[in-house]
Design a protein around this ligand. Structure first.
Ligand code: NAD
Ligand code: TYD
Length: 334
């Protein structure tokens, strides 16, 4: 099978490419990635000479390029996106361009090339925010709250519409927050770990009591693999770790692993429109496809922190470059 993976130089995409090449010796992967600020070919250094892997630098909005690549693959696994909520609050434009128009370009290419199999990687954030109880599932109405989640919701709707209208063989996964190796250090866990390793404080938004449902990235890769091969065409699957934690709990755990005290916590102004709680009911994918998370939060978090400790050069290069310039221009020094 020949897979076209978009956004394969990012956090989840690069973990997915490693996962696929390790699991399926006869699969080939073409990775289409624009290498925006968070796309990083270092994530794929160990596979770059693998004859089953090919990298193409390009934009998912480039209709001709996308058409040629889709023509020569059996299935598209679509990760490429602008993915950070804080950036979407500062400037929603790139989120509409890549997440909506880029997805549309890929859908058209799939449609124009004999209705290629299309898997869309999406987020639980499209459902909005939960109160203290209840869970998101496949029947939860869409209610996105941030420009990021609004753009992902729009892309999900287009993917569903292409199934409904053109019978494009699609599936969608709406997954909760991931953590693990190769995550760009602007998201909560890698930002806090690397800040502490640099001797800095960690900026906790608001009261620190917002809740996310955390899933180790390899569990997410496995869920996508299962849906790609066994999922019912036209269906959506919610994917989550059943590991609800407040941001404060996560921060305490990271402080403990690294041996720092609570004095490192700096409560800062809350994110605008900050969604309070996300939590997934993953019964459908468990019952119908037999998927469940294999990794436990505490041990996988320790493993993740250890990875950042031993890969300091990886994140130092990022933090000393575009990442810092960007944040300092917007927020001043963190
Ligand atoms: P990421 O920001 O780490 O990576 C995104 C990748 O897309 C980068 O390599 C970037 O260079 C590439 N890209 C961006 N714009 C592009 C364009 N126009 N053309 C080609 N490539 C482009 O993101 P991630 O955290 O790995 O997320 C991947 C996908 O998973 C996204 O669609 C995101 O919405 C979804 N998702 C993420 C999470 C999470 O916790 N990170 C949870 C659920 C779903
Ligand atoms: P993030 O990793 O940006 O993921 P998302 O917003 O997509 O869930 O944020 C996770 C949680 O951590 C969210 O509630 C916001 C909070 N947060 C902070 O408190 N401080 C930070 O510096 C960041 C980046 C996030």
């Amino acid at each position: 099978m020949k897979l076209l993976v978009t956004g394969g130089a990012g956090f989840i995409g690069s973990n997915f490419i490693h996962y696929i090449l390790e699991k399926y010796s006869d699969y080939r992967v073409v990775n289409l990635d624009l290498l925006t600020y968070c796309g990083n070919l270092e994530n794929l250094k160990d596979v770059e000479n693998d004859p089953r892997y090919k990298f193409v630098k390009g934009d998912i909005c480039d209709v001709d390029l996308v058409n040629n690549l889709v023509k020569n693959c059996d299935a598209v696994i679509h990760f490429a996106a602008e993915s950070h909520v804080d950036r979407s609050i500062l400037d929603p434009g790139p989120f509409v361009r890549t997440n909506v128009l880029g997805t549309l370009a890929l859908l058209n290419a799939a449609r124009n090339n004999n209705n290629k199999r299309f898997h869309h990687v999406s987020t639980d954030e499209v459902f909005g925010s939960l109160g203290p109880t209840g869970y998101f599932n496949e029947n939860t109405p869409y209610d996105p709250g941030s420009p990021y989640s609004a753009s992902k919701a729009a892309s999900d709707h287009f993917v569903r519409a292409y199934f409904h209208t053109y019978k494009l063989p699609i599936t969608i996964t709406n997954c909760s927050n991931n953590y693990g190796e190769y995550e760009f250090p602007e998201k909560l866990i890698p930002l806090f770990v690397t800040n502490l390793l640099e001797g800095k404080n960690v900026p906790l938004y608001g009261d620190g009591l917002n809740v996310r449902d955390w899933l180790y990235v390899i569990d997410h890769c496995e869920a996508i693999d299962v849906v790609l091969h066994k999922g019912k065409i036209g269906e959506t699957y919610c994917v989550g770790g059943n590991e609800e934690k407040t941001n404060l709990e996560i921060t305490y755990k990271i402080l403990e692993i690294l041996g720092f005290g609570k004095d490192k916590i700096e409560f800062v102004a809350d994110r605008k429109g900050h969604d309070r709680r996300y939590a997934i009911d993953a019964t459908k994918i468990k019952k119908e496809l037999g998927w469940g998370p294999k990794y436990k939060f505490d041990s996988a978090l320790k493993q993740t922190v250890a990875w950042y400790k031993t890969h300091e050069a990886w994140w130092q290069r990022i933090k000393s470059g575009e990442y810092l310039k960007y944040y300092e221009a917007q927020y001043g020094k963190k």
